[in-house]
Design a protein around this ligand. Sequence first.
Ligand SMILES: Cc1cc2nc3c(=O)[nH]c(=O)nc-3n(C[C@H](O)[C@H](O)[C@H](O)COP(=O)(O)O)c2cc1C
Length: 657
Amino acid sequence: MQRKYPHLAEPLAVGRALLKNRMVSAPLGATDITADGSPGPRTSGFYELRAKGGAAAVTASELTVHPATDGSQMLHLSLKNPGQLAAFTFLADAINRHGALASVELSHSGQYAGTYMVDKKSKGELHQWGPSDWTRPDGMPVKALAVEQLQDIVKAYAEAASLAKRAGFRMVMVHAGHTWLLNQFLSPFFNHRKDRYGGSLENRARLAVEVLQAVREAVGPGFPIECRISGSEFFEGGYDLDDGVRIAQIFQDYCDILHVSAGSYQYGFSITHPSQFRPHGCNVFLAEEIKRHLRIPVATVGGLSDPDQMEEIVASGKADIVVMGRGLLADPYIPRKVLAGHGDDVNKCLRCFVCMAERPATQTRRCAINPLIGREIEGTEIEPAPVKRKVLVVGGGIAGLVAACTAAKRGHQVTLAEKGGALGGILLAEQALPFKREMYELTQTYARRAARLGVEVLLDTEVDAAWAEGRDFDAAILALGSAALGSPLKLTDSSTTPTAAHVHDLEDYYLHGGELADEVIVLGAGLSGVECAIGLAEQGKTVHLVGADPELCPDANIRQRPILLDKLSELKIDAQVGLFGQSYDGQTLRASEAGDPAAWHEFKGGDVVLAVGRKARADAAKALLEIAPLTRMVGDCLRPANVTTAVYEAYHAALDL
Ligand SMILES: Cc1cc2nc3c(=O)[nH]c(=O)nc-3n(C[C@H](O)[C@H](O)[C@H](O)COP(=O)(O)O)c2cc1C
């Protein structure tokens, strides 16, 4: 058999275990965790889906080894807590039974632990534990760990590893990256110790080496140990790639896989979790360089989900293993699709950070484009429908596409009617922004899937009661989307072309383009306005971003928003808030202050792009409620929301048919 991605499919021996292919699920923190640190059933379900999808190993995380000095990471494994070993055993089973190696990440957060969970009694004297005494930039005092405490921590790693093995885990990962404790010791920025744990790189590496040695002793020879490091810390005063190579060389004597991540959670989040503004695989070069100096397998991670790119990474020897975090949330079945050669059927991660932002918001996980994430135990399979129905889906945007494909998978006979000339809806417009390409691609992936599933697609088809009459649909899913709100600007003509020709609806501009002036005003500073301003500035335009809300992109999630704000300042975009655009004459936009309508501000620009919001096509959808016995409105036509909501509602509406 000729495989399309032969290198990704090739097994790899690690210690005495075998990775069945080269695609591994990155450590992704769990959310369903009991008060004593045990994984709950939703956590098992969360990791199990990645194992079902064909990953060679699935790493549960993070397991804190030493609660006395740690606390921010939530899993913990100790025989002192009744039932805890059993809970971990169920978790390991859930991964192992699908042929993936169950692995667990052992960690200590050091000076970035949640102190409030550590020392509940002495809230008056809150501090955290790290390599050296100092005060964090946020004012939190950090105390240096004493050598006896370090020895206790090393012992705790070994105990956790031993218990993990007993629970059925077939691999362990020691986390020495991302500015957690072992990384804090490695880092010349944080580690100013004068004892044998500070100073030279060998000394700074000592704690991690002792941990790796103790873990080896606990799990025995041949049991695979993966060590995760940041190949470079990527901040001033931290260690660089040359040091990363030396650290890896030291560690390779004590582990079976060197896992090369990047940067620092605290000082470079968008490097550690490459944002949409970074190229896919932007951290691969770290693994590639480190691999040149090692004799053990090297793993790479960061912004990976494209099978062609991952195949090239392994084929060219840049890394032996590709690790996916968000990619396998967006599409847990990437490994199986790769093995089957269906690379074009992958739902690629949008890198929108919904996954990370959801935990602080609701204590759950979500993925914008995968409705199952965080809810796996409610069912991950699409079962055949007991009664096959004739289903109409109205609207070919992302909600309509998800509904149509899901209904077709259930065996229903599905017709998808789209009034425009192409499938994709509002997300078609995203192809204009290079950093949102995956959003557009998602629609095209679903369009191909719909064709494969036998969905009858009718383009240029406006559905109304008369059209539906006689077609005898049993059910209809109404996914009519939203429309642009009109312009709030009073236009006056002062230039040679009418001013209206210089005022563009965002979506229209993205879809139909046209050259804009060198100086442009984006009116509306929500997420879509901010993204538009970034896109225009990246084309070299001078951009004024004018928003009515008191802050920029309040609708961006808490992980994505700081990255967008950084980008605005990096591109020197003039961003103003609390202003209502009132008039435009082809050259100058006048805006009044929210709190003082008599206070006026003027912005120069030869064109205005409107990003002032959208309205639901609710009336049009309501007019179709009688076209079939069962009808359901989903997505933006209920109220303008986001991809996460559209996908979730559409998927479940199709399951309910
Ligand atoms: C939701 C989420 C949770 C994460 N939790 C952990 C964790 O517990 N431990 C860890 O080492 N890395 C964690 N990471 C980082 C990932 O393992 C990975 O290094 C990072 O997301 C970059 O890979 P990606 O671009 O494939 O997502 C997490 C990432 C995400 C998105």
